[in-house]
Design a protein around this ligand. Sequence first.
Ligand SMILES: [Zn+2]
Length: 217
Amino acid sequence: MAHADTTELRERLIEAARRLNTTGLTRNNSGNLSHRVTTGFLVTPSGMPYDTLVAADVVHVDLAGKASGRRLPSSEWRFHRDVFVARPEVDVVLHAHAPFATSIACHGRGIPAFHYMVAVAGGADIRCAPYATFGTEELSAHAVAALAGRRACLLANHGMIALGADFASAFKLAIEVETLAEMYWRALQLGEPPLLDAAEMARVLDKFVTYGRQPEE
Ligand SMILES: [Zn+2]
């Protein structure tokens, strides 16, 4: 669905950005959030506490990367832009330094099929993009590659990204990925857990296509 750049959408973006802190996905605003609009995307500004934001602080960036507004866009605007270009089905990009996901990513590891719910991100694992300096095109290219066929990835020595069709689905996924990362971290305390095989993950992915869909009235 195409969204115009409105005050209402900017305010919803701010409200959602505040939820990054209250859900525990970030502390101290160490994340950023964007929403696609017909003319590009809206993104949280660089280095401002979410509590103080008003609609005019939200930055509009077009798909060529040109920012407009009174604030500078998040330093990570590049991967937001590149995801919106690469993934037409995505309207929200959520980035957070969520503690458990980031702990796993600091080992350069993704989340393998230790639990069937890994399929929630769209595949048999959740990949970890190789490290590159924050804000760079190199990081953005690694992130887009790690997200191929997936709705979430980890970023080595950095954090995680979750994608959605709206704020609610992006948050739901980000919280699920953080929960899986916590469970994987705990499971690793007893050694490497056994993994589900490719055939089982294919069955799970197949079931996920119809799971939770109630019959039409
Ligand atoms: Zn970051």
